[in-house]
Design a protein around this ligand. Structure first.
Ligand SMILES: [Zn+2]
Ligand SMILES: [Zn+2]
Length: 444
């Protein structure tokens, strides 16, 4: 059977939003067509208690009578930090998704965090180690607690990811050491997609998964990226086995260009004289900002090409499938965003957007189903209930005719343009703001 999974989320304990409503989470899972969702923050004792109170665990899936046919998997994100292998006076910090087969394993891991001196007071714990041996010790102890505890490097190419541009490393082995062989999957993250990850030889034999990293149950957050797996049965071991063996049907991905760290640049902010962003071929060779003279924030696209070169990828072509795994994926944007865009409304949770969203879902049953239809069928299903301009936008997104222009860079999201694509390999934008020119720009 096919399962739509989204295995990376956060509860209110990770900041961003306050209390998370489980009712809203399950309602949104129903609309979006997400079968299995990560609980987020399951090593945070209060949240774990709430989960234990509200769900039964069967074969590693948390279910409740109130929400049949949908389930949760115990999941958290943990930040690891160790001295940066290339320069030990600095520290490398990166995010990881951890999955657990049952409550007992999660509780034993809470005790392990305590043994490692982790102050477990926020939803996303921070594990500090002094060297690679200590991290290996932690990770192998996890496997001793339960072989089925899964460690997945999260959003690997963002600055907070293992391959991020902040204190860059050359290989997973630089930080995971001998534990590297127990890594079965990596998360693409919002700023990268399988095309980017296929440039990196070390990832050829790993599964790529996509997840939302949502901090709330909103329609434009939960399931904004997700993965479809082929499993023999609905159970935690079956999901882990699919990750191990690469039994992936498809991932659904944000376009990389929307991600906040896609291109290299500096965003507009106080005391910065304007903004700039660059495709790799236009990035100044010094990687210094032509406006402020400081180091540019290196974008994911540049970082991918840099790492490909370090790992001697040879002449890999962007978009070609390398290695034994077939990497099928589709670019999407949340339907509520597409509807809002077609109506020229800024907020995706406004009443008129939600109404139209629900009308659409009445016909297709779930949002995931909508993105599997042909444009001809979309037209046929929706033409009597959805305005023509919205149908047109949905069809354009369905065939991939959309882009984010300008793309994201230095912490700013790209902005959605439906009906046109851009060549993100050929961007060079430098916008000087004359009112902020206290600093002399170093134009080259
Ligand atoms: Zn993260
Ligand atoms: Zn600058």
């Amino acid at each position: 059977m096919e399962l739509n999974i989204d295995l990376h989320s956060h509860s209110g304990a990770s900041g961003g939003v306050g209390e998370i409503s489980l009712r809203q989470v399950f309602q949104t899972m129903g609309f979006k067509g997400i079968d299995i969702y990560g609980t987020g923050d399951c090593l945070y004792p209060e949240w774990l208690e709430t989960l234990e109170k509200n769900f039964q665990e069967q074969n590693g899936i948390l279910t409740s009578e109130e929400y049949p046919k949908k389930g949760l998997v115990l999941q958290t994100e943990v930040i690891f930090t160790m001295p940066y292998p290339q320069k030990p006076t600095r520290r490398k910090a990166w995010h990881n998704v951890l999955l657990f087969p049952h409550f007992k394993a999660a509780k034993q891991t809470i005790n392990l965090l305590d043994e490692f001196g982790v102050k477990n007071t926020i939803g996303r714990p921070f594990l500090t180690v002094n060297n690679i041996k200590e991290l290996e010790n932690f990770l192998f102890t996890l496997k001793e607690i339960n072989q089925q505890i899964e460690v997945i490097p999260a959003h690997i190419f963002t600055p907070q990811g293992v391959f991020g541009s902040k204190n860059p490393i050359n290989s997973l082995k630089d930080v995971y050491g001998t534990f590297t062989k127990y890594i079965n999957a990596v998360e693409t993250g919002l700023s990268a997609d399988p095309k980017a990850l296929m440039m990196i030889p070390e990832l050829d034999h790993l599964s790529f998964i996509s997840s939302s990293d949502a901090h709330c149950g909103r329609l434009d957050r939960l399931g904004r990226e997700y993965s479809t797996l082929e499993v023999k049965e609905l159970s935690y071991p079956a999901i882990i086995n699919a990750l191990k063996t690469g039994s992936m049907v498809q991932t659904y991905e944000f376009p990389m260009t929307e991600g906040r760290y896609f291109l290299t640049g500096h965003r507009e902010r106080n005391n910065h004289p304007g903004w700039c962003c660059f495709s790799p071929q236009h990035t100044p060779p010094t990687r210094i900002c032509p406006l402020c003279g400081k180091k540019l924030t290196i974008g994911v696209l540049q970082r991918v090409l840099d790492l490909a070169q370090t790992q001697k990828a040879g002449n890999r072509n962007w978009g070609e499938n390398y290695g034994p795994r077939k990497r099928k994926f589709k670019k999407i944007v949340p339907l509520s965003e597409v509807i809002a865009n077609s109506l020229n409304i800024k907020t995706t949770n406004s009443k008129s957007v939600i109404n139209l969203y629900k009308k659409t879902i009445e016909r297709t049953n779930t949002e995931a189903n909508l993105w599997k239809l042909t444009n001809k069928n979309i037209q046929r299903e929706l033409e009597d209930i959805v305005p023509p301009q919205t149908i047109k936008s949905i069809k354009e997104v369905n065939k991939g005719n959309f882009s984010f222009s300008p793309p994201g860079y230095d912490g700013t999201y790209g902005s959605l343009q439906i009906g046109k694509t851009i060549n993100f390999w050929n961007i060079k934008k430098i916008k000087k703001d004359p009112t902020q020119s206290q600093q002399e720009p170093l134009l080259s």
